[in-house]
Design a protein around this ligand. Structure first.
Ligand code: CTP
Ligand code: MG
Length: 856
């Protein structure tokens, strides 16, 4: 075999790492034996094995159709995953092979033939010795005949590579080496600077490289910042003033290993023209040819060789990023076929043309659900556009726009302006009259399939978190019916676990156990924060309506939203909400926080007081009912008992016990009453923020809690009537005096009716020996707990019973929700599509449907 021969002299067969191998050979030629030696378990799909599976007998010829259906089903699943697959069947009939070639095409993998063409006598001898092949020897001879007739046709049938083994020696010597596909640069981790369509704009290319930190001495000496590599998305040529200069610079960098380059449709057309093929000299090709005419024939040859050798797309950084000129849909990534190359060069078109005579492009990016980031150019856009993890960085430099780079993994976009308009676009560039980003426009309609069913959500803090189907159903119910506009819903806060039960007499919770918890987890410094008795709220605020539009895609003039931990609007009164947001924005302005954070939006976690503002209904129905029933019955009961005792009736300690119960109920009423205030205007409302969760470019989990509290205290400084700073103290757990002082602080706080405190590790996120550490533990005051556990919970017999509470369910839940909440914010900050962020928000809501002891 000459063409497509993959075998080298020493018996090594070079196979593409991803291909579909057809074993071809008559029965007893040794296909199964060889396949087991050359390939891994699972890679070889044998028709015999499938006959055995579906019919219980390897030789059940009547089961062949079922066997092949099953075999092809499995082959499809493997190829979809990008796994090399071998089909072990005789494959001596053209029909059988046609099916294999079609399968390879369907999955854009190379079909490869591995043929065993051994002497007929040898096969017949083997056949006679096999008890497992009960058919006549002439069947083997017939198969040999078919094989011989097939040999010369394989190439034409579409096999891109073939190896024929003619002797037992060749079979014995055969070895397989897997060759990486050209597009596989998964081992290259960057960092990269992806550069959009240059189109002969040499000055702007130099400007951009310089801005990116490359030392550009001349076109032949460009030195990247340490470790970085430029990646050109193609269309280096045409329309612009200096195509040869751009080519010289890029070719030099590629040669030096400081750049990668994929071809664009213009580059490919230029090569065709240089090769003397007939192409229409339009869209600026004339300028390239003219400019190249002034160069030496050697240079033109170098250009031809360079452009011809370009690989249509690359898969980089362990598959996390893909680059191609016009984009690359998920099922084509890392594949090699004609249509994959076409897609890389031209994108997917609908086959129609628009009013400018240009092909109407199919918006593959809108449907993209792949995990890899796809960087592409080709379609000039006024602003780089992120859509579902794809980004178009062709900002039309040659049309007077900008030349743009995407820094990866930083994901910063860096551009330089065009020095002039070098060409008029055929189709006008879409002007940024539309304030929404492509992603935001796309996110107006969400797909139910993106949030429902059993889900596995990958979080950076805690790996994969499973949400059961019933839980995600519950979340959909809550969020779709009651929640605020989903575009504001960037975060839901996690639940918080109480401390381990205290052993101290008369107490269910006490600081000692919380401190001990952290000490055991290896945390030495904690922050104790006053727990405000209010309701949890998330505040999302933008600097102005413009920022709200740009960052949240919301166009109704709102500058933010305030919502509860279930995603519902916190304020029933929209005017009040608007005022709180306006004053929050004002406090950000006055305190200088907007400027310091370099952001025009922020997400805060807060407590809003008074408690009765949100919990009014709960207080009246649950707590007040108990209180008033008690105050109605105890006075009469006590009076009767006192009279009876006066008369000398033997009541034992009934009077004392009733007096104690009456006193406890009094304490209960006192406990909840102090949190009840009427709210008639904003003057009665207080907002106590305690986490400055996120702002542009950052989820502030790298800052410790003192930073959070001190930053937020500045809001209280700016507008003390509305915002409250949270009292707190840092505690060194190794310092006994410090610990005692903190306990006393808690006793004093709760003694004055405070709800209690929250103990947090100084750092926002702590990983201990056993994984993620609880981000916060609450230690509630003795009197506050009376509201939760009932008036008489402090009676010794009740306390003994209540101490048996299990915290592990609550603790795991708290960690999972914490990880999900922060994951969602990270995704938001990274500009991921709304569905990716909502996966996390829905996840928190879904986990909240878990039934746990509500008193914890
Ligand atoms: N065999 C052998 N020497 C080899 C390869 C195979 O003696 N180098 C023997 C095997 O032990 C087996 C017989 O030849 O008894 C057929 O080999 P097998 O690999 O099963 O052949 P296949 O081509 O898979 O036959 P079939 O199409 O019938 O499955
Ligand atoms: Mg076999």
């Amino acid at each position: 075999m000459t063409q497509g021969e993959a075998r080298t002299g020493n018996g090594t067969i070079n196979l593409p790492e991803l291909c579909l191998v057809a074993l071809i050979g008559a029965s007893s030629s040794g296909k199964t034996t060889l396949a087991h030696r050359l390939f891994r378990p699972g890679e070889v799909l044998s028709s015999d094995a499938f006959r055995l599976l579906v019919a219980g007998d390897e030789n059940a010829l009547d089961a062949s159709n079922d066997a092949f259906d099953s075999l092809y089903h499995v082959a499809r699943k493997r190829l979809a995953r990008g796994l090399l697959t071998v089909i072990d069947a005789t494959n001596v009939q053209p029909d059988a092979r046609r099916r294999i070639v079609e399968l390879a095409k369907e999955f854009d993998v190379l079909p490869v033939a591995l043929v065993l063409d051994l002497p007929e006598e040898l096969l017949l001898a083997r056949h006679r010795a096999r008890p497992d092949r009960p058919f006549a020897a002439r069947v083997v001879s017939q198969q040999m005949g078919s094989l011989r007739r097939s040999l010369r046709k394989l190439q034409a049938e579409g096999f891109r590579q073939m190896t024929v083994l003619n002797s037992e020696d060749q079979v014995a010597a055969a070895q397989v080496t897997r060759m990486p596909l050209y597009n596989n640069l998964r081992h290259e981790h960057g960092p990269f600077d992806f550069i959009g369509d240059v189109h002969g704009c040499l000055d702007e290319l130099r400007d951009l490289l310089t801005k990116l930190g490359y030392a550009v001495r001349d076109d032949l000496s460009v030195i990247p910042p340490e470790g970085r590599k430029a990646v050109f998305v193609g269309d280096l040529v045409d329309r612009g003033p200096d195509t040869p200069g751009v080519l010289r610079l890029v070719m030099g960098m590629v040669q030096n290993g400081t750049a990668l380059c994929v071809p664009g449709n213009h580059d490919i057309k230029l090569v065709k023209a240089l090769r003397g093929r007939k192409v229409s000299v339009t869209h600026g090709l004339d300028r390239s040819l003219e400019q190249l005419e002034a160069e030496s024939p050697e240079f033109r040859q170098q250009v031809t060789d360079f452009l011809e050798g370009l690989v249509s797309h690359y898969v980089l950084d362990d598959g996390q990023v893909v680059v191609a000129h016009a984009g690359m849909k998920e099922t084509y990534q890392g594949r090699a076929s004609g249509r994959v190359r076409e897609f890389a060069l031209y994108g997917e078109t609908t086959g129609e043309t628009d009013e400018f005579g240009l092909p109407v492009r199919w918006n593959w990016a809108a449907e993209y659900r792949g995990a890899a980031t796809v960087v592409y150019g080709h379609t000039p856009v006024p602003e780089p556009q992120w859509l579902n993890r794809t980004v178009d960085i062709d900002t039309g430099c040659v049309f007077g726009g900008r030349l743009t780079a995407l820094r990866y993994p930083e994901r910063d976009l860096v551009s330089v302006p065009a020095r002039q308009v070098y060409a008029e676009p055929v189709r006008p560039l879409q002007r940024p009259s539309d304030p929404q980003s492509a992603q935001q426009a796309h996110d107006e309609v969400l797909d139910l399939a993106d949030v429902t069913g059993k889900r596995l959500i990958a979080t950076r803090l805690r790996g994969n978190i499973t949400v059961r189907e019933d839980q995600s159903g519950a979340a959909l119910e809550t969020l779709s019916r009651f929640a605020v506009d989903p575009r504001w819903l960037v975060y839901l806060p996690p639940t918080m676990s109480p401390s381990e039960t205290s052993a101290r007499e008369g107490y269910l919770e006490y600081p000692t156990e919380a401190f001990e918890h952290y000490r055991r987890a290896g945390v030495e410094r904690v922050v104790c924060e006053e727990k405000h008795m209010g309701s949890r709220a998330v505040l999302v605020v933008a600097r102005d309506a413009g920022a709200a539009r740009a960052r949240f895609g919301v166009e109704d003039g709102r500058v933010g939203r305030i919502y509860t931990r279930t995603g519902r609007a916190f304020f029933g009164d929209e005017a009040m909400e608007a005022e709180v947001l306006a004053r929050l924005g004002g406090a950000f302005e006055t305190s200088g926080l907007w400027n310091e954070l370099n952001s025009d939006w922020a997400v805060l976690d807060a407590e809003i007081l008074p408690w009765s503002f949100k919990a009014d209904e709960l207080i009246r129905r649950q707590y007040a009912a108990v209180g008033s029933a008690a105050s109605a019955t105890f006075p009469a009961e006590l009076k009767a008992l006192e009279a009876a005792v006066a008369r000398g009736l033997p009541l034992g300690d009934l009077l004392e016990r009733t007096q104690e119960r009456a006193a406890l109920t009094g304490a209960y009423v006192d406990a909840y009453r102090q949190y009840v205030r009427r709210v008639s205007s904003i003057a009665d409302v207080r907002v106590a923020p305690f986490h400055l969760l996120a702002s542009e470019g950052h989820v502030h989990t790298d800052q410790d809690h003192l930073w959070h509290l001190n930053s937020l205290a500045r809001l209280a400084g700016a507008d003390p009537d509305l915002f409250m700073a949270t009292a707190h103290r840092e505690v060194d757990l190794n310092d006994a005096a410090n610990v005692t002082a903190a306990e006393d602080w808690w006793l004093a706080l709760t003694g004055q009716g405070g709800e209690g405190m929250v103990v947090k590790p100084l750092s926002f996120v702590v990983r201990g020996r056993k994984g993620l550490v609880q981000p916060a533990i609450k230690v509630r005051g003795r009197e506050y707990l009376r509201i939760i556990y009932g008036p008489e919970y402090t009676l010794p017999e009740n306390l003994t019973r209540l101490r048996q509470r299990g915290l592990s369910g609550k603790r795991t839940l708290a960690l999972r929700e914490f990880a999900l909440g922060l994951e969602g914010l990270e995704r938001f900050v990274e500009g991921e599509p709304l569905r990716r962020l909502h996966e996390c928000v829905f996840g928190v809501s879904a986990l909240e449907s878990e039934v746990l002891d509500p008193r914890l």
